[in-house]
Design a protein around this ligand. Structure first.
Ligand code: OGA
Ligand code: NI
Length: 376
């Protein structure tokens, strides 16, 4: 087994590299030609992911018009990505959360290094994913922490400064757990299930929730690098607070990269690998262990590939909140659906095991979930 306690080589903070004003980036950050963001034939700058107004969906009321449910259903099937406005989280809290993190990343290095992370849990201040020696790296630093389960929530692993950092992070997490629960209900209903069924399949109240704050420093050669390599999110749902001033997130659709244009105070929501459904031959096979035939024949939700580009003029900050299944329940298709003629598409795997697998390899497009397909 690989050693998960240490990084394979000394960690270099991308922010320090950026602040050293080098005219060119080190070779370690230069992507192979095929992955570079400058292939314009592959970029579609005119489209955008759907924007959906969630007015009516709040803690106290649950009156989303049927047309909104439909918009979400279409977005899940056709895009795997959408943004929501009027979602009930205070715009002021969203701004405070982003700015408190900006404050952290602009703190002196000695303060940040107190929280330096290791590949064992990834919690804390980090600058790479994956432990492959000599890997080509992404142009970003990040901070990773747990909200749920409560057994993993540990304030000591959260930054103590700037002032009020922990309170703001806490309040933000509570609001996002609530919003995620509301979105899970909508997805469940849209899948033809009972309102709580998707949440229950995720482990009921024992779900996991964590935050990854991404910091993308200015990059002197943005055409050669990526802020975050192409990947799909390993978990259940992701709620991303993008930088309202600096675009960067690109979503893959029909072979092209679409640069997301965020609406003000929107969250960008996407489906992770644990909810992915795959079309196989004439039937759909669900990765998550749910559900009824209706779902399996009708729905086709995707965990869509995305990546982040960087630029030479402005740093970018995003907060990615991940809502995940309980980490130790096996995720597998329902037994009734598996037979000799219809073998399971994936071997059962807990989210803990899946995450370990991703953490050893780093971001690799959709090859990770694909490589787990059972041999057939
Ligand atoms: C992620 C992610 C996108 C962004 O953290 O998984 O895809 O815009 N982030 O930073
Ligand atoms: Ni992502």
């Amino acid at each position: 087994m690989n050693n998960l306690h240490d990084w394979p080589e000394p960690i270099i903070r991308v922010q320090s590299l950026s602040e050293s004003d080098l005219p060119i980036i080190p070779d370690r950050y230069i992507k192979p030609l095929t992955d570079r963001p400058c292939l314009n034939s592959e970029v579609d700058n005119d489209s955008n992911i759907p924007i959906i107004d969630l007015t009516g969906l709040s803690e106290h009321e649950d009156n989303l018009p049927a047309s909104t449910l439909d918009q979400i259903s279409i977005a899940c099937r056709e895009w795997g990505f959408f943004q929501v406005i009027n979602h009930g989280v205070s715009p002021e809290l969203m701004d405070r959360a982003r700015e408190v993190w900006r404050g952290f990343f602009h703190s002196p290095m000695e303060i940040k290094q107190v929280y330096a992370n290791s590949p064992k849990t990834y919690e804390g201040y980090g600058s790479r994913l994956g432990i492959e020696k000599g890997a080509i790296l992404d142009w970003s630093d990040y901070y990773y922490l747990h909200y749920l389960p409560l057994t993993l929530k540990d304030y000591k692993k959260w930054p103590a400064s700037p002032d009020s950092c922990r309170e703001v992070i806490d309040e933000y997490g509570k609001e996002l757990v609530k919003l995620s629960g509301r979105i899970m209900k909508v997805l469940s209903i849209n899948l033809g299930l009972k309102e709580d069924q998707l949440q229950n399949a995720f482990g009921g109240d024992n779900i996991g929730a964590c935050l990854r704050v991404n910091f993308y420093p200015k990059c002197p050669q943005p055409d050669l690098a990526l802020g975050l390599s192409s990947h799909s999110d390993p978990g259940g749902l992701t709620l991303l607070l993008p930088d309202h001033e600096v675009p960067g997130l690109q979503v893959r659709r029909n072979g092209k990269w679409i640069t997301v244009k965020p609406a003000r105070h929107a969250f960008i929501i996407n489906i992770g690998d644990q909810v992915q459904t795959d079309k196989v031959d004439k039937h759909d096979d669900f990765k998550v262990m749910i559900y009824e035939d209706k779902v399996l024949s009708n729905a086709n939700y995707k965990s869509v590939e995305h990546r982040v580009i960087v630029n030479s003029g402005m740093e970018r900050i995003s907060l990615a909140f991940f809502y995940n299944p309980k980490s130790d329940i096996p995720i597998k298709p329902v037994e009734e659906l598996v037979s000799e003629e219809k073998p399971a598409l994936y071997s059962p795997m807990t989210f803990d095991e899946y995450r370990l697998f991703i953490r050893l390899k780093g971001p690799k497009g959709k090859s990770q979930v694909d490589s787990l397909k059972s041999p057939r």
